[in-house]
Write a protein that binds this ligand. Structure first.
Ligand code: RB5
Length: 166
């Protein structure tokens, strides 16, 4: 099944979304919109405005993207920073903190980002939707970027020698 948005065809995706208390409204708006345009969305919380800790939600989101339950993840907090740091603690996650669509496009094309993070206190709903639309519609460019992306999952240990820069 395929759907049409902005003159492009995008297959429905399994998308997981999570936030702390500072971004529950943005999360709900994005989740509802994503479902309206045909995606399968798992809302991992938080489900109220009670104060919670963003790493708990970042780690939970990272897990479902890392194990393939979700194809892409969207992490939200007040600034976007804490949730992006939490997501990137998982070696399978490549999360880009974005606030405009060009970064979302480059995160997909060059970095094969499987998650994006945004700050609900920094971004409006229309810009957030534009970032998400770009994130789900843009393909990884592969080629020379593949080797670099592979290295992100395998940081050198203390005993490794870092390859010379190319
Ligand atoms: C919560 O007040 C705030 O610190 C959190 O949402 C986030 O901005 C942290 O990075």
């Amino acid at each position: 099944m395929e759907r049409i948005t902005n003159d492009t065809y995008v297959s429905p995706m399994r998308i997981a979304i999570a936030s702390d208390h500072a971004a529950t409204e943005l999360k709900t708006e994005l989740a509802e919109w994503l479902m309206e345009i045909g995606h399968e969305v798992a809302d991992l919380g938080a489900h109220s405005n009670d104060s919670v800790d963003y790493p708990d939600y970042g780690y939970k989101l990272a897990e479902v993207v890392a194990d393939g339950t979700a194809e892409r993840g969207i992490g939200l907090c007040g600034s976007g920073l804490g949730i992006s740091m939490s997501l990137n603690r998982n070696p399978a996650i490549r999360c880009a903190m974005v606030s405009e669509p060009l970064s979302a496009a480059l995160a997909r094309e060059h970095n094969d980002a499987n998650c994006i993070a945004m700050g609900a206190r920094m971004i409006g709903i229309e810009m957030a939707k534009a970032c998400v639309a770009t994130f789900i519609e843009t393909d990884f460019a592969g080629g020379r970027h593949q080797r670099r992306v592979d290295k992100l999952s395998n940081p050198p240990s203390d005993t490794d020698t870092i390859e010379p820069l190319q």
